[in-house]
Write a protein that binds this ligand. Structure first.
Ligand code: GLY
Length: 359
């Protein structure tokens, strides 16, 4: 069992993250102990419910099952959670538990943050992506027709339970989606932890086969490494006023592709990987990095066998990126690599971007 914790001093927030591979049938007891056996509801991803509802054994009348997929992270489902919680007469001291991937965690977290101005919230991530990234740090959101995650809050969970056994049953596409966020952490590691030597790029290079074959101990270590990096960032900058922006590496371009393809064609992680490749090209053209580092990063990405995405019109991509919540009236903001495992923030006008991309 690995126990980590997030400590946000200004808000007096401190919560545990449990990473283990114990039998999944022990999870309910651990969660109920954590919420001191208060009243609760569980919001399940449909896929996870189908596979694990029996073994997890939560009562049916406390369970709400929501469909999977980024296109379901919408107002209608947010409202379903609130109405379900209201119908069960949940009070603020009670709890809402999310069991599923990033979509379920984000939408349930948003509902929890607005239910009676904030009810206890438990994250049980069941995908690699939610385990290494979205379940920790308190970002909650729903999507809108204008783009991804444009409506949301910062709301920290009361606890995060990561059981690596869930990763045995996610499909390959979802697993690789999570690896997209893992790769991101490799390329930003020095910013997260300026005092330490970067290790994640080496770990990914050395253990890529064990990772792809989902060796449980390797995955446990990988998740721990990523979450430690995330914790060190979130503790310094919960609200993304500075340092936390680095976690958006690969996301400005990636979100645009997700929006253009209406979340149907590619997973989030595939789009992040494409965004990382776009950022590497941009960084090379601006002389921020040399060819050797670009090749090193591209080689590492190749080890994880991503299919190349279709090419989308630059005008279309730029127009969507101007709607990104990090963009301002004048500039599109990118996190770009500047040296080994290190990134920085850079502003581009749409004209500058077009000029660089077209040369
Ligand atoms: N997923 C990026 C963040 O939590 O800031």
């Amino acid at each position: 069992m690995i126990n980590l914790s997030v400590n946000i001093k200004e808000k007096d927030v401190n919560y545990p993250i449990y990473i283990n591979n114990i039998d999944i049938n022990n999870l309910k007891k651990s969660i109920l102990d954590e919420i001191e056996h208060k009243n609760y509801i569980v919001v399940f991803s449909k896929k996870v419910h189908k596979l694990y509802s029996k073994i997890l054994d939560f009562p049916k009348d406390k369970t709400l099952v929501l469909p999977d997929g980024e296109r379901e992270k919408i107002y209608k489902n947010y409202l379903k959670i609130l109405n379900f919680a209201l119908s069960k007469k949940l009070k603020r001291e009670d709890a809402i538990i999310a069991i599923g991937g990033g979509v379920i965690g984000d939408i349930t977290g948003f509902a929890a943050s607005t239910y009676m101005r904030g009810i206890n919230f438990i994250q049980v991530p069941t995908t690699l992506l939610s385990a290494v990234d979205s379940s920790v740090g308190g970002k909650t959101a729903i999507n809108s027709a204008f783009g991804k995650n444009l409506i949301g809050t910062f709301y920290q969970p009361k606890a995060v339970f990561i059981n690596v056994n869930f990763l045995k049953t996610i499909d390959e596409k979802q697993f690789k989606s999570g690896l997209g966020e893992v790769l991101k952490y490799g390329f930003i590691e020095k910013n997260c932890n300026p005092d330490y030597e970067a290790q994640l790029i080496n770990f990914l290079t050395e253990h890529n086969e064990k990772i792809l074959s989902r060796d449980i101990l390797t995955l446990k270590n990988l998740i721990k490494m990523c979450i430690e990096l995330k914790i060190s960032v979130v503790q310094k900058d919960e609200k993304e006023t500075g340092l936390r922006k680095i976690l958006n590496f690969g996301h400005t371009y990636g979100h645009a592709i997700e929006t253009i393809t209406k979340y149907k064609k590619y997973t989030h992680g595939e789009c992040v990987v494409e965004g990382i490749k776009f950022a590497l090209n941009l960084a090379l053209k601006k002389n921020l990095i040399d060819k050797e580092y670009k090749f090193l990063c591209e080689d590492l990405i190749k080890k994880f066998d991503y299919e190349p995405l279709l090419k989308y019109s630059l005008d279309k991509v730029i127009s969507v990126m101007t709607n990104d919540k990090k963009s301002t009236d004048k500039f599109i903001k990118f996190i770009l690599p500047v040296s080994y495992a290190e990134v920085g923030e850079f502003d581009f006008t749409t004209e500058q971007l077009r000029e660089i991309c077209e040369t």
